[in-house]
Structures are given as structure tokens and as C-alpha cells.
Design a protein around this ligand. Structure first.
Ligand code: GDP
Length: 304
């Protein structure tokens, strides 16, 4: 699914609200900005990020003295872009891997149902397509379905998977997966983990054990800890990001299910709020439907 197509509902939702704010106004005043603020919050942009966007618009309005409402759209786009530009990310454009980290160890975390397994499958596909050799590790040993799903993806994409029987120690699966990737001289190993957020102490303990055990095999690994968030849950995704970042070091974010939701504005909040780069976005269920997040493209397709 192309980005424009994937963001269709968000675009409609977002802009119907903004168009209503602008309609019939001849200048940007306090009242218009208040309404715009409400519209952005209801488009899932989040309070903190909305305030930041409005502040930047206000600065521009103050500087330019008089701003007609017709210019508000452009001003809004520029302010959103400048907020995103200040957020980390966009450091890569293709599915590349650092040459000095081989195998690149990618740990994937997130609550069940957010699209974690699908994202892993899509990543495996994309890295394979980019000519990289991939190994999967099924370290979510708490749900048989998780291992089954990941196995299906490994077959679909055509990459090996390391797994053990249900209830095995997740860290031992992670260890074996890294070991197998080293033995195969693989470029990347992508490890699935259980997302049991209901028990934060457990989650922290489990993830830190996985990290410790991986580091025994490869001292600088994991190289990336990717948190998968379901964009269609809007503010819930923000709350999950808050909880996971408090529980462990997250280094990158993936936001899924942006197709079919009007809540895609949450990507702006997620990108701005956690100072962690949004690396990937999911815009469909197929293996091709994972994109590297590009701030400019994202904002452009919201406003095009
Ligand atoms: P997990 O429990 O987090 O591993 O979630 P799954 O990967 O099994 O995904 C849950 C559901 O969300 C499945 O039906 C997926 O096909 C669907 N899904 C995952 N990513 C996307 C996406 O980007 N777009 C859409 N439309 N569906 C997705």
C-alpha cells in the first residue's frame, strides 16, 4: 500500500477537522488557534505535541503580524514539519545494516496484538530483499500461537527460524538465535519477545535477562531494541510507549496499522515525545506493507 493510500483515513479525519476550523475565518487569531488546538488533539496528535505545534504557529503569526486564514494550512504544515525535524530519526533511507555489527541483533518488543509478528515478518522480507541473510528467533515462548505465527512468516519469507518448545526460557532461545546467526554468518537476527505489559517487573526482568544473555555471545548486542506500537489505538499507543520506555532501553519505534485508521496523527506525537526515532511504519498486512518512516514524506502525504 502506498503511503498516500495508507494514510487516506487519517488524512480525511485530520483535514476535515482543520478545514472546519479555517472555514469562514479571515485571520488567525486566538480563537482560531484555540480551535486548531482542539482539532489537533482530537486528531490524536497528543497534548504535548499539539501545544508545541501551536506555539510555533503563534511565533510565526506574531512575527508576520497579519496572517490570513488561507495561510494557516501552510503554516500548520511548516510547524508540524519543524517539530518533526527537531525529533530524532530519518537517519537511514533503505534497509541497510552497519558493517561493523554482524550479525546485527534486533530485539523486538511490544504488547500482543500490536502487529509485532507481522512487523518481524515484514522486516525479514525487506532485509532479505536488500540482499541480507536473516535469522529469526522465537523468544516469545509463552504463547504457542506466537511461535506458530513466526514460523509461518519464516516459511513465507524463506528465512531460518530458531525456536524451542513452549515455556522454554526466552533468553535461551535468544542466545541460540544469536549463536545460530553467528554460525551461519548471517547479517541480521530478529528476535521476537513476549509483550506482557500487565506485569512491569516481570517484563523488565525478562528483557534484562535476554539482554544479558545476548551480550554474553556478543558484547555490544542487542544493537537495536524496536518497540512496536499499534497506531490505530491512538493514545493507547502513547501510553504503551511510556510504559515500555520506563521498563527498558528502547532505541527505535515502529508504528503499525496506519492504514484503516483515522488516528495516524499519533505518529506525530510518538515521534516528538519520546526522543526515540520512529524507524518504520506499517500500512497493511502484506510483507511489502512496511515502510521506512520518512518525516517529509509523511507530512507531505497528510497535506497533499
Ligand atoms: P502480534 O500479536 O503483536 O504479534 O500481532 P500480529 O503480528 O499477529 O498482528 C495482529 C493483526 O494485525 C494481524 O491480523 C495482522 O495482519 C494485523 N496487522 C499487523 N500490522 C498491520 C498493518 O500495518 N496494517 C494492517 N491493516 N494490519 C496489520
Amino acid at each position: 500500500v502506498a503511503l498516500d493510500e495508507g494514510l487516506k483515513k487519517t488524512k480525511e479525519g485530520f483535514f476535515s477537522k482543520i478545514t472546519k476550523v479555517i472555514a469562514g475565518k479571515d485571520k488567525v487569531d486566538e480563537e482560531v488557534l484555540d480551535e486548531l488546538e482542539t482539532a489537533l488533539v482530537s486528531a490524536d496528535v497528543g497534548i504535548g505535541t499539539t501545544v508545541e505545534i501551536i506555539r510555533r504557529i503563534e511565533e510565526r503569526v506574531a512575527k508576520d503580524k497579519y496572517v490570513g486564514a488561507s495561510e494557516l494550512n501552510r503554516l500548520l504544515q511548516e510547524s508540524i514539519m519543524s517539530v518533526l525535524t527537531d525529533a530524532p530519526g530519518n537517519e537511514f533511507e533503505t534497509f541497510e545494516l552497519p558493517a561493523d555489527k554482524k550479525p546485527y541483533v534486533l530485539l523486538v518488543v511490544g504488547v500482543n496484538g500490536v502487529g509485532k509478528t507481522t512487523t518481524i515478518g515484514k522486516l525479514a522480507h525487506n532485509f532479505k530483499k536488500a540482499g541480507k541473510s536473516v535469522v529469526l528467533g522465537a523468544a516469545d515462548t509463552f504463547r504457542a500461537a506466537a511461535v506458530d505465527q513466526l514460523t509461518i512468516w519464516s516459511e513465507r519469507v524463506g528465512v531460518p527460524i530458531v525456536k524451542k518448545e513452549m515455556g522454554s526460557d526466552p533468553s535461551s532461545v535468544a542466545f541460540d538465535a544469536v549463536q545460530s546467526a553467528i554460525a551461519r554468518d548471517a547479517d541480521i537476527v530478529i528476535i521476537d519477545t513476549a509483550g506482557r505489559l500487565h506485569n512491569k517487573a516481570h517484563l523488565m526482568e525478562e528483557l534484562s535477562k535476554i539482554r544479558r544473555v545476548i551480550a554474553k555471545k556478543m558484547p555490544d548486542a542487542p544493537h537495536e531494541v524496536l518497540l512496536v506500537l499499534d497506531g490505530s489505538t491512538g493514545q493507547n499507543a502513547l501510553e504503551q510507549a511510556r510504559q515500555f520506555t520506563a521498563a527498558t532501553d528502547i532505541t527505535a519505534l515502529a508504528v503499525t496499522k496506519l492504514d484503516g485508521t483515522a488516528k495516524g496523527g499519533v505518529v506525530l506525537a510518538i515521534a516528538n515525545q519520546f526522543k526515540i526515532p520512529v524507524k518504520y511504519i506499517g500500512v497493511g498486512e502484506k510483507m511489502e506493507d512496511l515502510q521506512i518512516f520518512n518525516k517529509e514524506e509523511f507530512v507531505d502525504s497528510l497535506f497533499s
